[in-house]
Design a protein around this ligand. Structure first.
Ligand code: UN1
Length: 493
C-alpha cells in the first residue's frame, strides 16, 4: 500500500501524529488507493508558518517572474495530463475524457494567470490638488487557505491557487479527503515548476483539519468550494476571525426549453448537463423546465436517450457516466428519489442502484428522471449532487423564468429558444451568476468570471480578471510633489 505525504516548506513529510486514512475508488470498493496523512494541528501550524515566512520574499518577486514559474507549471500539467487524468478518475470516478478536461482547465488557468502577471493593472486618477498624483496598486493578501471539493480535483483548486500565487500570495491547500492524490500530483507539479519552498504547501486530511485552517490566526484568506452547510459555517468563522473569505457553494441549476427551441440540441444539452460528472457538479443541470406546449415530446425524447447512457468504471474506454462518489452519496440520491415520489413526482427512468457485472463493485446509480415536479416540492429546491434530474412544466415563458428563480441558489442557468426577444429577457431576468443561451448549464471557461448569487456565493467571482479581486487588496498612493503642505478637501475645500 502506497503511503503518501504532506508537502510543507518544500519537503515531503509524514504527518506529525503518524496517523493515516485510506481512500478507496468509487468504481471499485476493493481498490484501495493508498494511505494519506490524517493531518492535525501540528501539521497545519508547520504549513502556515512556512507560508508566512515564504510570503516575505515571494511577494517581492516581480509578478512577471512569478508568471514564468506558472507558465512552466502549465507545461508540466500538459505533459502529465493523461497520467493525472487516470489518477483523478481512479479516486473520484468520472470518465478519463472528463478528468483530462479537468486538467486542461488547470493548464488554461496556469497560462492565463501567468499572462495576467503582466497586467495586474492599477489606476491613476487626477488629484484635487496641483502637483499631486493619485494611483492604486494591487497588493497580495498573505497566506491563503484553500479548501476544495473532490468533483473537480484539479480544475477548481487551480482556479484559486494559481491566481493566488500569481498575485504574490502563499498557499496552504487542503484538498478533499476523497481526492487527496490529485492534490499530491498538483504539489509535485508546482515543486517541479520551481515554486520556492513554503510558497505552496499541501496538507491532507479530513474536514476537522480544514476547520483548523479556517480558525488559524495566521491565515489571512479562505477560498472555499463545497457544500452550502460547510460554506456558511466557514463564513461565520471568517467573520469572527476577520479573514477575507470567498465561498463557492451549492446550485440547483435549471435548463428551460421553449417550444421554438432546437429540441435535439436541447436534449444533448440536458443529457450532458444533468448526467455528465454523474450530476456531481455545482453547475449540473438538476432541473429541467419545459414549456407545456412541448413538455411530453421533449421528455419522451430525453428519456429515450437517458436509458441508453453507458454506466461504468471511468477508466474503461466508452464509459459515459461514472459512479457517485461514495455509499453515503448514493443513499442520499436514493432518498431524494423516494421523497420526490412521495411528494407526487412521477418516476420516468432509473430510480435505483445500478447493478450487474462490474457495477456491483462500485457506487453506481441509474441516471434518473422524476417528472411532474411542482415548484413547492423538495426535489425542485434542494441540491442533490447526483444523477437525478427533476422535470417540471411551465405554463408560459414568464412562468418558466419565475420557476427558474424559485430557488435559494443562483449559480448557473440555461434557456433553449430561437426567439431573440425571450433570450434577452431571460439574460436580464434570470437570477444566476451564469446564464447560457442554447448551451447547457455546465462548461464555464477559465478566463470568464465564475460564481453565483443568492445561496451559492458571497459576492466573489473566480476566473477572469475578477479572481484578482479575491486575491489582492488595493493600495492607494498619493504623491505630492508641490513641496508644500496641501490640505485635502476634508480640511480645506
Ligand atoms: C464545480 O462543479 O465546482 O462549468 C465547478 C463547469 C465547470 C466547473 C464546475 N467548468 O461546469
Amino acid at each position: 500500500m502506497e503511503q503518501f505525504k504532506n508537502y510543507i516548506n518544500g519537503e515531503w513529510v509524514a504527518p506529525v501524529s503518524g496517523e493515516y486514512f485510506k481512500n478507496i475508488s468509487p468504481a471499485n470498493q476493493t481498490d484501495i488507493i493508498g494511505d494519506f496523512p490524517l493531518s492535525g494541528q501540528a501539521d497545519v501550524d508547520n504549513a502556515v508558518k512556512a507560508a508566512n515566512e515564504a510570503f516575505k520574499t515571494w511577494k517581492r518577486m516581480p509578478a512577471p517572474k512569478r508568471g514564468d514559474i506558472l507558465r512552466i507549471a502549465g507545461d508540466i500539467f500538459t505533459r502529465r495530463k493523461k497520467e493525472l487524468g487516470r489518477v483523478m478518475t481512479r479516486e473520484m470516478g468520472k470518465p478519463t475524457f472528463e478528468t483530462e478536461g479537468d486538467v486542461q482547465e488547470a493548464i488554461d488557468t496556469a497560462y492565463y494567470a501567468a499572462s495576467e502577471t503582466r497586467r495586474l493593472f492599477g489606476n491613476t486618477a487626477p488629484s484635487e490638488m496641483e502637483n499631486k498624483v493619485n494611483m492604486t496598486f494591487r497588493v497580495p493578501i498573505g497566506v491563503c487557505g484553500i479548501i476544495t471539493a473532490w468533483n473537480f480535483p484539479v480544475a477548481v483548486p487551480s482556479w484559486k491557487i494559481l491566481p493566488a500565487l500569481a498575485a504574490g500570495n502563499t498557499v496552504v491547500f487542503k484538498p478533499s479527503k476523497d481526492a487527496p492524490q490529485s492534490g499530491v500530483v498538483m504539489a509535485e507539479i508546482l515543486e517541479e515548476a520551481g515554486v520556492p519552498a513554503g510558497v505552496f504547501n499541501l496538507v491532507l486530511g479530513t474536514g476537522r483539519m480544514g476547520n483548523m485552517l479556517v480558525e488559524h490566526p495566521d491565515i489571512n484568506l479562505i477560498g472555499f468550494t463545497g457544500s452550502t452547510d460547510i460554506g456558511f459555517k466557514i463564513g461565520e468563522i471568517c467573520g469572527r476571525t476577520n479573514k477575507i473569505c470567498s465561498l463557492e457553494m451549492g446550485g440547483k441549476n435549471a435548463q428551460i426549453v421553449m417550444p421554438d427551441a432546437n429540441f435535439d440540441l436541447a436534449i444533448e444539452g440536458v443529457l450532458w448537463g444533468a448526467f455528465g460528472t454523474t450530476g456531481q457538479r455545482c453547475t449540473a443541470t438538476s432541473r429541467l423546465i419545459i414549456h407545456k406546449d412541448c413538455y411530453d415530446e421533449v421528455l419522451d425524447m430525453l428519456t429515450k436517450r437517458t436509458v441508453k447512457l453507458k454506466l461504468g468504471d471511468g477508466l474503461v474506454e466508452g464509459t459515459e457516466v461514472g459512479p457517485v462518489i461514495h455509499e453515503t452519496s448514493l443513499k442520499n440520491v436514493d432518498n431524494y428519489v423516494k421523497i420526490a415520489l412521495e411528494e407526487g413526482g412521477r418516476l420516468v427512468c432509473g430510480g435505483k442502484r445500478a447493478t450487474g457485472g462490474d457495477l456491483d463493485k462500485g457506487c453506481f446509480y441509474e441516471p434518473t428522471i422524476v417528472a411532474d415536479v411542482t415548484r413547492d416540492k423538495r426535489l425542485f429546491n434542494e441540491e442533490v449532487f447526483g444523477p437525478l434530474l427533476c422535470v417540471s412544466k411551465a405554463e408560459s415563458f414568464e412562468d418558466s423564468i419565475e420557476m427558474q428563480n424559485h430557488c435559494d441558489f443562483g449559480l448557473s442557468s440555461s434557456i433553449y429558444t430561437r426567439n431573440v426577444n425571450q433570450a434577452f429577457a431571460a439574460m436580464r431576468d434570470i437570477e444566476a451568476g451564469i446564464t447560457y443561451i442554447n448551451a447547457p448549464t455546465i462548461g464555464a471557461e477559465a478566463h470568464m468570471p465564475f460564481g453565483g448569487v443568492k445561496g451559492t456565493g458571497n459576492g466573489h467571482r473566480e476566473g477572469g480578471t475578477t479572481v484578482f479581486d479575491i486575491f489582492t487588496e488595493w493600495k492607494t498612493v498619493y504623491v505630492d510633489f508641490s513641496d508644500e503642505l496641501q490640505r485635502a478637501q476634508i480640511d480645506n475645500y
